[in-house]
Design a protein around this ligand. Structure first.
Ligand code: GLY
Length: 348
């Protein structure tokens, strides 16, 4: 498995549980790419978009797997995952937002998704920290979150406990011709009966057939001060940002979406815009302690759909291209890739 991010580790864990002999190879170790930067929203309903029905179905399938996936990880490792079905509010701050969210709600209704329109007073009763003059809101009660850093750590432990191995090495190329037979790395060649490409935004460098590009996301980390009240109990989003409050008082504000190649610098302007966008919907953000800013690279694909399952070349399998849904899609990716590896299902 090339890549020790959420997709690679989840797949490797499930494969090791099935009795396959698995080696994960990563240049920098578990969660060094986008996995540890992601906010961890498990939000298929409020991230649903027009013309993406197939992606939505996969997102919902994975959302349904998350409670069992998190519970099993926690039980096997004794480690937390931060999984919580906290729900989400999509908040229209002004009339333009309200128009946009009215269209979004029509889509959600037409797809039979769990989403309910609220008038401002109802939304403020649910989340008293909302700004006094919001225009409307949509509640999506089944949206959830997980802490991706905690999930990576738990997955790495569970994978190791299942007999899996990890090598710190930089994969330079796939080995073989029509049939992939392993990888070339900076510490030598590694042979394998099957190779899973789970290298996130770096996947195209190893297989030019994979049209994955980096889409930069900058996020802010804040903290409720000791003794301070939670900023919100649900994920709160507007068209310009999302705010993910964790149970322990940490708060993540995301995210930019930029086509900048492999640049992961933090821009002062992005910090400013994200803070302002969060403040206009949750003014108490101003009182939070600023803990830092991070940037990660989403693996974007031309149609926003992930690449999961058997590739055209024998011996090669994909677990990449998850774009905005990498944390959400980890459980279903693992199921589908392991089913393809064991010849049970070839779905991609
Ligand atoms: N799913 C949130 C993001 O990609 O920013």
């Amino acid at each position: 498995v090339i890549g020790a991010g959420l997709a690679g580790l989840a797949t490797a864990w499930r494969a090791a549980q099935r009795g396959l002999r698995v080696l994960v190879v990563d240049r920098d170790g578990p969660g060094a790419g986008a996995s540890s930067v992601a906010a961890g929203m498990l939000a298929p309903v409020t991230e649903a978009d027009f013309g993406e029905d197939e992606l939505l179905r996969l997102n919902l399938e994975s959302a349904a797997l998350w409670p069992g996936f998190a519970a099993e990880l926690e039980e096997r490792t004794g480690m937390a995952t931060g999984y919580a079905r906290c729900g989400a509010l999509a908040v229209a701050v002004d009339r333009d937002d309200a128009e946009e969210y009215a269209r979004m709600h029509e889509l959600q209704r037409s797809l039979g998704l769990a989403a309910r329109r609220l008038v401002p007073s109802e939304a403020r009763r649910m989340e008293p920290g909302l700004a006094p003059r919001i225009a409307a809101a949509i509640e999506a009660p089944e949206e959830a979150q997980a802490d991706p850093v905690a999930v990576v750590a738990a997955l790495a432990r569970a994978y190791e406990d299942a007999g899996g191995e990890l090598a710190l090495a930089d994969v330079k190329a796939l080995r073989g011709g029509e049939r992939v037979t392993g990888v070339e790395t900076n510490i030598g060649a590694i042979g394998a009966g099957a190779v899973v490409l789970a290298a996130g935004a770096w996947s195209a460098a190893l297989d030019p057939g994979v049209r994955v590009r980096p889409v930069k996301g900058q996020l802010l980390h804040l903290r409720v001060r000791a003794g301070g009240a939670p900023i919100a109990s649900r994920i709160v989003r507007t068209p310009r940002c999302y705010v993910v409050p964790r149970a322990d008082g940490r708060v993540v504000i995301g995210a930019t979406s930029e086509e900048r190649g492999f640049d992961t610098r933090i821009d002062a302007g992005a910090v400013h815009r994200l803070l302002e966008a969060a403040w206009e919907v949750l003014p108490d953000v101003w009182e939070l302690e600023f803990a830092g800013a991070l940037a990660g690279l989403r693996p974007g694909t031309p149609d926003n759909r992930p690449l999961i399952g058997a590739a055209a070349r024998d011996g090669l399998f994909y677990a990449t291209g998850h774009y905005r849904n990498g944390v959400l899609l980890a459980p279903v990716t693992a199921e589908l890739v392991v089913a393809a590896l064991t010849g049970e299902r070839v779905s991609a």
